[in-house]
Ligand binder design. Structure first.
Ligand code: PEP
Ligand code: MG
Length: 359
């Protein structure tokens, strides 16, 4: 805190005059968002909504949504989640106000939501009025050898569109209520994760827009919103022209893009992988600094294709590289509109963005 006064503030004032890329923050809670704004983030570039679903008061409902045997049962569990999710967004809007806020639809690897402990399975079966055997069968059906390459991101939105609809309803209802009470219009940007083909975006966009229309009719009010997508699967980067036609913005998920581009597991990056890469391939791990020769080229191609389809198309990045100075310089060269990073990296990202602009 003391460092924020005097000379530092003066320096950062110059930084903000000079830089051309915006700096946003990744934040999942009102506390993180507040911290980010104190560091002068210009908006929220990524809310990972899956983090909201692990809280103790809702994990049981989430599990019932995923494992429900009937449509009615799923609707009931989603009905329990809606007010909580709405409150999550409302609290973030109170902090972020009119600044842009990118809310990503659910993107967990599915296994993170599935109960494993015998006691959890017993309790859940009881709540669902299901035999333990039946529940275990359902759990087995959903089991995947490699969940990070499996049933996650938009794939989950397509198999369970009700979940996306519940989230979209929460986003818009909270925004409309906030508008009535505060007279402030928030700028929600609904972001679809992990698409690899434009058809997935077309499908989920229809679900999102249908739900928004319903909310607007029910509430007798409207609000400006945007629907965009992450570019984090190599195939999405290579087909970005088609995808851009259906999107209002792109945000690069360079964590997954690096994982899938290299074929290296990001979750094991602390062990064999990072040592192997640094010894044999690159000086610095590709999860820390963007690999300009390889993964960076996928980013470049996607930007070129995206802007061929739509000039001035808004593009940002919300992977960890968004807070790394060397990567920020590269993103400046590529013409990104913003980077988004964890709140504590915002000051260094602002400084790096100004240095990159000068260079
Ligand atoms: C990414 O893949 O870079 C990203 C921002 O999404 P997540 O880290 O949540 O997979
Ligand atoms: Mg990702």
């Amino acid at each position: 805190k003391p460092a924020l006064g005097g000379k530092f503030t003066e320096l950062m004032g110059w930084v903000d005059e000079i830089k051309t890329m915006a700096v946003r923050a990744n934040a999942d809670t009102p506390e993180d968002a507040k911290q980010a704004l104190e560091f002068k983030a210009e908006g929220i570039g990524l809310i990972r909504t899956e983090h909201m679903f692990f809280k103790e008061d809702r994990i049981s409902s989430v599990r019932r949504v995923i494992l429900a045997g009937t449509v009615q049962e799923r609707a009931k569990a989603l009905g329990e989640l809606l007010p909580m999710q709405k409150d999550d967004f409302y609290q973030i809007y109170q902090v972020v106000e009119e600044r842009p806020v990118t809310i990503r639809l659910l993107d967990p690897p599915l296994h993170e939501f599935i109960p494993v402990k015998a006691e959890e399975i017993r309790q859940l079966a009881e709540t669902m009025s299901l035999s333990e055997e039946k529940l275990k069968d359902r759990i087995t059906e959903l089991n995947e050898v490699n969940p990070m390459l499996g049933h996650r991101g938009v794939r989950l939105g397509i198999t369970y569109p009700e979940i996306s609809r519940m989230q979209v309803r929460a986003i818009m209802e909270a925004a409309l209520e906030f508008k009535i009470i505060s007279k402030i219009e928030v700028q929600p940007e609904i972001m679809v994760p992990l698409i690899s083909d434009v058809k997935e975006l077309v499908y989920i966009k229809k679900e999102i827009e249908d739900e928004i229309k319903k909310v607007f009719i029910e509430k007798g009010q409207t609000l400006t919103y945007h629907i965009g997508t992450m570019i984090e699967v190599p195939r999405a980067a290579l087909t970005a022209d088609k995808i851009a036609k259906e999107a209002d913005f792109f945000s690069f998920g360079t964590n997954d893009l690096t994982q899938m581009g290299f074929g290296f597991s990001r979750d094991d990056s602390g062990s064999f992988i990072s040592e192997y890469i640094e010894k044999n391939i690159l000086e610095k791990g590709p999860f820390d600094t963007i690999d300009q020769e390889g993964i960076g080229q996928l980013v470049k191609i996607a930007i070129e294709k995206g802007r061929q389809a739509k000039p001035n198309f808004k593009i940002g990045i919300c992977g960890e590289h968004g807070g790394d100075p060397a990567s920020i310089e590269f993103f400046q060269q590529l013409g990104l509109n913003y980077v988004s990073c964890s709140p504590f990296r915002v000051p260094i990202a602002r400084l790096a963005a100004a240095q990159a602009a000068i260079k």
